[in-house]
Every structure is written in structure tokens, then in C-alpha cells.
Write a protein that binds this ligand. Structure first.
Ligand SMILES: Cc1cc2nc3c(=O)[nH]c(=O)nc-3n(C[C@H](O)[C@H](O)[C@H](O)COP(=O)(O)OP(=O)(O)OC[C@H]3O[C@@H](n4cnc5c(N)ncnc54)[C@H](O)[C@@H]3O)c2cc1C
Length: 492
């Protein structure tokens, strides 16, 4: 692998503004920001297919097209490949995933890709009891049944079955075509929960499920999109659970090894980093991609960036109104991650999994993300939705204190003194502006239908958001890359 690709994983984006939180990892260098773009003459390239974005979607498409004998060039804004798959090293060298972490046995595309690349997996620690912190009370429970009263449990079970049932009636390639789609698209998940559940415990649990899946509050997402997500994964349980579900495994050495190895296979010459694409101009049978320091002339272009990032590029001729407006109606979720590194995962000896749920922030969900070897102990807390918005404007000292206080309440006094604390705020990162996934607003799915993935002239569009299987996940990104590669291959 080239030095530039290998080093890029260990660098961080420049801060989006004075005092703004992007990622706090002591001792790491900041890369040049977009205003410090290379000033030399632009390098000119000519290929069959130019790809904007070196996330899993763009790299999958590049890899497949190259294997089919096409020439490709990938232009990436960040100083690293991987996009929403980003691994940094803690001070002791332990890999910490800032972005995608977990993979489940149902996610056969990303698992197959990892196997092909020689990246192994290990099981997320899931032995013992989980912690639940509701109304200021700490309780523990075993397995997947939360510590709430029987009435709430029965209600939760009924509603989860109803959601799965509604979801199963959707065609994941055309959720707008379901006869009840408009009705489901016209209400938020918040409204649906409160219309259908009487127990405030059920409200809390479903609100938390929403935060954990989309990093948005339940009032920010239409029921139809929740149903689409469930359909694209298989069931709500497979999305939410750990064992035999989406959180079951993690990648040895960190998830970013996968895009790094993919980029290395493509070769240094096929990827330009630190080059935000500003303009894409189609003139006759060529389309020119203008990045900082590079222009790529191609027969076809794959735009492999998330929906809100698409209209930030200037297209000539302009994007269709439908695609542009759908992108405007599909903002990213709000998310941060807070990580504490300990000499050992002390909670395991207390019979705890390290998984906690809370009705108060900043952290509302935790996982033990220690490496497969079991040391050091790494505790990760998700900061989602409104909590992420507040977290992003709080000082590092205050963030650290708030998170460690929560960890201490849930897991014991040892949590107060980690050997390192680090955190990230995706909303502040210039080429991401939130994560883990774009969330269409009420009315957008039925109003704009398939406009996101529709090709426009020589331009093709793909990202995990266009996937029909495991949309929003690494697995979905691989599927989206495969689909767009086939589409472009047929068009060339
Ligand atoms: C905090 C977090 C937790 C997650 N947890 C999980 C998980 O546990 N399991 C899981 O499967 N998935 C998880 N995900 C989701 C997963 O990371 C994504 O679904 C997947 O990586 C998306 O890949 P993509 O290629 O479609 O998009 P991206 O990874 O977003 O790739 C798009 C690329 O385009 C680049 N770009 C943007 N604008 C421009 C421009 N103008 N010019 C050039 N380049 C540009 C970006 O820098 C980026 O590299 C998580 C994501 C986050 C952030």
C-alpha cells in the first residue's frame, strides 16, 4: 500500500472553525483544510469512468469496473479513503472506529469483501447483563428484553411485530408504491409511536431505537423511512440486537482496513486524496470532473457521495430539479462518538456486557468495542440527535466530564479514570456534515420516488442511501457500488 494511503488513516481533518469540535485525538496531526488546496497546476487525467468519493460505494464501483477492464480514477475530498468508515489509533495504538464499527452475519456483501481482502472479524463482547438507566434509576437486564414493566413489554412486542409486518409489505426498490405509503410518509415516527403506544416506557424504548439507528429524534423521520430501513435489513430485531444481528461482530484492526486495502489494490495512481470535487461539466461525449489539483476527463462519472453533499458540487448542465430537491429533503443525522480507553474491560469482571441504554444524554447507548484480544478495555458511547448538536458546541473538558460521569454511574468508579478519552463529532466534518445516514423528510419518499439513484446524462449516482439491502450500512454501500458499476458498465 502506498505511504500516502497508509498515513492518511492516522491524520485528522482540520477543524471546521475556531473552537469547533471535529475529533479530539491527542497527538495527531491535522491535515490541510479545503482552503489550503494544492496551488500548483492541475493534473489532467483521462479515463473511462471518474468516481467522486472514495467511500465503500465509490471504491466498490471502481474495483468492479477495473476488474471489467475499464480505466477508472477516484477523486476524494478527505485526506484518507473510507468516508464514513474511519479508524483512528488511540495513543497506545488500539484501533478505534470513528464511523462504521459493527457487522452482522446477515451482511454477506461486506463480510465477503472483508474475507476476500483478508480482514478477519471477532465477536462483540455480549456476555452478562446490560445496563438500563431510565428516570435516574440504574437497572440491569439479561438478553434483549429491557427492564420495564410487563405491560410495556407486551406493548413493545406488539408494536415491533406491527412495524415488521408493515415493512414486509414494502418493495425496498420502490417503497413509494405500497398502497399505504402516503399515509406512512405523512406521519413522523414520533406521532406513530404516541398514537399506538400508551406506555411512556414504550415511547422511550422506540425513541431510543430510532436514535440508535438513524441518529435523529423520532420527530425528524417519517414512519415510511423507518419501515423501508426495517425491510432493507429484514426485521427491527436484526437491526437492533447484538447476537446474530447487526452488532454481532467487528473487524480486526478496524473497519477502515477494508477501504484502505481496496484503494491499495486499485493502485496509487487511481485515487487522488485531499481533492474536493467542485465542478462537474459535461461537454459532448466527455465529462470533466474538477477537483482541487486534478481534472479527470471521463466518458461516465459516478457521484458516490451522500445526498446532502451532491448539490454542494456545481454541475453543468445542472442537476434535475427532482434530484436536487430530494437531496435538500434528505439531511444527515446528527452524531458523535465518545470513547474511553482503560487498561482492561473492567465491566466484564462485574458480569456486564458494557452495553447500556439511557434516557438522558449526552451518551444514550454504549458498547464494549475492545479489540478481539480483550485488552485494552474500550468503551464507546453514541451521542445522537439533539445530544450531538449540544455536544458539538461543548468544550472538550466538559464533554469528557459528562461522558465519564455517565460511564461511572453505569459501570462503576473505575470508569472515572481512563488512560485516554477521545471523541468525534461528524456534523462538524466538512465533507460529511453528519452521519451515519441521510434521512428523507416526511413526504420526500412518495414525492420524489427514485430520483436519488436516477442517472442524468453521463452522471450516475450511488451511495449506501440508494441500496435496497442494508441501506445505511457498509453492506448497503457495497451493494450500491455493485449496482452502479453494472449500470455504468452497460452504458459504456
Ligand atoms: C458514526 C457512524 C457509525 C456507523 N456505524 C455503522 C456500523 O456499525 N455498521 C455499518 O455497517 N455501518 C455503519 N455506519 C454507516 C456506514 O459507515 C455507511 O453506510 C457507509 O460507510 C457509507 O459508504 P458510502 O460510500 O455510501 O458513503 P461515504 O462513506 O460517505 O463516502 C462518500 C465519500 O465522498 C467524499 N466526498 C464528499 N463530498 C465530496 C466531494 N465534493 N468531492 C470528493 N469527495 C467527496 C467523502 O469524503 C466520502 O469519503 C456508520 C457511520 C457512522 C458515521
Amino acid at each position: 500500500m502506498s505511504e500516502s494511503l497508509r498515513l492518511s488513516r492516522r491524520t485528522l481533518l482540520a477543524s471546521a472553525g475556531a473552537g469547533a469540535l471535529t475529533a479530539s485525538v491527542p497527538g495527531r496531526a491535522a491535515a490541510a483544510g479545503p482552503d489550503e488546496a494544492p496551488s500548483g497546476p492541475s493534473e489532467a487525467r483521462e479515463v473511462d469512468v471518474a468516481i467522486v468519493g472514495a467511500g465503500l460505494t465509490g471504491l466498490t464501483a471502481a474495483r468492479q469496473l477495473k476488474q471489467a477492464g475499464r480505466s477508472v480514477h477516484v477523486v476524494e475530498a478527505d485526506d484518507r479513503v473510507g468516508g464514513r468508515v474511519w479508524t483512528v489509533d488511540a495513543a497506545d495504538g488500539t484501533p478505534v472506529n470513528w464511523g462504521a464499527t459493527f457487522v452482522g452475519p446477515q451482511q454477506t456483501r461486506i463480510l465477503g469483501l472483508a474475507k476476500e481482502l483478508g480482514v478477519g472479524t471477532y465477536k462483540t463482547f455480549n456476555t452478562g447483563k446490560n445496563v438500563q438507566f431510565f428516570n435516574g434509576n440504574r437497572k440491569t437486564y439479561q438478553g434483549t428484553i429491557p427492564a420495564v414493566d410487563l405491560g410495556s413489554l407486551l406493548e413493545l412486542n406488539t408494536l415491533m411485530s406491527r412495524l415488521n409486518g408493515h415493512a414486509s409489505s414494502l418493495d425496498p426498490a420502490a417503497p413509494w408504491a405500497e398502497p399505504r405509503a402516503k399515509e406512512w410518509d405523512a406521519q413522523t415516527f414520533y406521532t406513530w409511536i404516541r398514537t399506538n403506544a400508551r406506555s411512556t416506557q414504550t415511547h422511550k424504548l422506540l425513541d431510543l431505537a430510532c436514535l440508535s439507528l438513524f441518529s435523529v429524534e423520532s420527530q425528524e423521520i417519517p414512519l415510511l423511512h423507518v419501515l423501508f430501513y426495517i425491510r432493507s435489513a429484514g426485521s427491527l430485531q436484526v437491526l437492533l440486537n447484538t447476537g446474530n444481528a447487526a452488532q454481532e461482530q467487528q473487524f480486526d484492526g478496524g473497519s477502515q482496513r477494508i477501504p484502505e486495502l481496496m484503494a491499495a489494490q486499485l493502485g496509487d495512481d487511481a485515487v487522488t486524496l485531499s481533492s474536493p470535487v467542485r465542478r462537474v461539466v459535461t461537454d459532448g461525449d466527455r465529462t470533466i470532473v474538477h477537483g482541487d489539483g486534478v481534472t479527470v476527463s471521463a466518458k461516465r462519472v459516478i457521484v458516490a457521495v451522500p445526498p446532502p453533499m451532491i448539490p454542494r458540487i456545481s454541475f453543468e448542465p445542472g442537476l434535475s430539479a427532482l434530484k436536487d430537491q430530494l437531496c435538500q429533503r434528505s439531511p444527515m443525522g446528527s452524531v458523535g462518538k465518545a470513547v474511553a480507553v482503560y487498561d482492561r474491560p473492567f465491566w466484564r469482571a462485574k458480569g456486564l456486557t458494557g452495553q447500556a441504554t439511557s434516557d438522558t444524554g449526552p451518551v444514550k447507548i454504549t458498547f464494549d468495542i475492545s479489540p478481539g484480544s480483550g485488552t485494552p478495555g474500550v468503551m464507546m458511547g453514541f451521542v445522537d440527535g439533539q445530544d450531538a448538536r449540544e455536544f458539538g458546541v461543548t468544550s472538550l473538558a466538559d464533554r469528557r466530564a459528562a461522558v465519564l460521569e455517565q460511564f461511572t454511574t453505569w459501570f462503576g468508579p473505575e470508569a472515572a479514570s481512563p488512560k485516554e478519552y477521545l471523541d468525534v463529532h461528524w456534523d462538524s466534518l466538512e465533507f460529511h456534515r453528519g452521519c451515519p445516514v441521510a434521512v428523507p423528510q416526511p413526504g420526500a419518499i412518495t414525492g420524489y420516488k427514485g430520483a436519488l439513484s436516477a442517472p442524468e446524462g453521463a452522471l450516475h449516482f450511488a451511495c449506501t442511501e440508494t441500496a435496497t439491502r442494508w441501506s445505511g450500512y457498509m453492506d448497503g454501500a457495497v451493494q450500491a457500488g455493485e449496482v452502479v458499476a453494472a449500470q455504468v458498465g452497460a452504458a459504456l
